[in-house]
Design a protein around this ligand. Structure first.
Ligand SMILES: [Zn+2]
Length: 361
């Protein structure tokens, strides 16, 4: 019964788009496919970055803010890809109803404390094809230019054929060059729960953490240049792992001396680490307070990975392990660090965040 109601709601939302997002003045920016400067400028001033555009979406219950993307958002993703010289050209998806239903079920199962954090900050979860990744989150600003909310984009085409463990194993292998001798497998669900819905749920948790961080005191915004941040005292979570590089143009981790592989950890595009370094990389990761290897790549993903892992393993009691095999013999197991000393300070901040009452404004 509940599922039928949910399904109708999705259909209703999908059909109701022009009314929900109508923005009379909007005209798509006419930037050529290679015009980085035009796309960068048009992206910065884009209508989807303004809170007013999402007013009606925000008036819906948080569970109902999910549907195929409005054309304005597809246009923004296209401009963002041009600006970053990413070849993919985002488009409105031909949505399989099954995927939409699974995404909604994945959201429904999340703990109340997570949904409460999102009620005033999440303008919605929207589906766009060929974005150049699985998930995407960006900031929405109020009329004074303060970062106050965010949107999440999911690409249904990437997830079409993947289950939770298949997706996690693929992702966690991407920093390492292929090898006949070494392999790595990731488990984020028990075999009976290894579904696409649960892959969507884990990806959503990571993207939701990015939304929760917007306008908060977790880490400096990813839209602000590091050299423009004068003090890190407003960001206690960030300070547990990061500092300015010597030239202040980037952030480096507090552990780089003992964790030399970190600078070569690149996910998705172009593996830099030889597979023989899998074991050493994970052994060194255990000497830091990063929750996952992806979390060691940048401050925003440090928090997103920690938050997703905490909710997934501690609150939702799901598994998380990385297993490394050498010639098919298991040589290393890496597990979540919650309730262990190395992650205690991050755990405390996440617990406080989830316990805090979120004021509706
Ligand atoms: Zn991320």
């Amino acid at each position: 019964m509940l599922m039928i109601l949910r399904l109708s709601l999705v259909l209703l939302l999908t059909l109701a788009f022009p009314a929900t997002f109508a923005w009379a003045q909007w005209v798509p920016a006419e930037c050529a496919d290679t015009d980085v400067a035009c796309a960068t400028k048009a992206g910065q001033d884009h209508v989807v970055k303004k809170l007013a555009f999402w007013k009606r979406a925000l008036s819906l219950p948080v569970e109902a803010r999910m549907a195929a993307a409005p054309p304005e958002l597809v246009d923004f993703l296209r401009l963002d890809n041009i600006a970053q010289s990413i070849q993919n050209r985002p488009r409105v998806p031909v949505l399989a109803l099954e995927f939409e239903r699974e995404a909604m079920a994945a959201f429904d199962e999340l703990p109340r404390a997570v949904k409460d954090q999102l009620a005033t900050k999440l303008v919605g979860i929207y589906f766009i094809e060929d974005i150049g990744g699985t998930g995407y989150t960006d900031v929405v600003y109020d009329p004074s230019g303060n970062p106050v909310a965010g949107f999440i984009v999911l690409d249904p085409s990437v997830l079409q054929k993947l289950t939770a463990n298949g997706w996690a194993t693929w992702k966690e292998n991407t920093p390492f060059k292929a090898s006949a001798d070494f392999r790595l497998s990731a488990e984020i669900e028990a075999e009976s729960q290894d579904t696409r819905k649960n892959a969507i749920q884990y990806i959503l948790l990571h993207e939701m953490a990015h939304v929760i961080s917007i306008g908060g005191n977790i880490h400096p915004s990813w839209n602000v240049e590091p050299r423009e941040i004068a003090s890190f005292s407003p960001y206690p979570f960030f300070r547990l792992s990061w500092k300015h590089s010597q030239d202040r143009n980037s952030y480096v981790s507090l552990f780089d001396g003992a964790f030399p592989q970190r600078k070569d950890v690149v996910y998705y595009f172009g593996a830099r680490l030889p597979a023989e370094k899998m074991v050493g990389t994970y052994e060194n990761l255990e000497r830091t307070n990063f929750v996952t290897l992806y979390g060691a790549t940048r401050p925003g993903d440090d928090f997103a990975e920690a938050f997703a892992s905490y909710v997934h393993t501690v609150l939702m009691k799901r598994p998380f392990s990385i297993r490394i095999y050498h010639n098919e013999k298991q040589v290393k197991t890496y597990e979540a660090c919650w309730n262990r000393p190395r992650c205690a300070a991050k755990q405390q901040i996440i617990q406080q965040l989830l316990a805090a009452k979120v004021s509706a404004n």
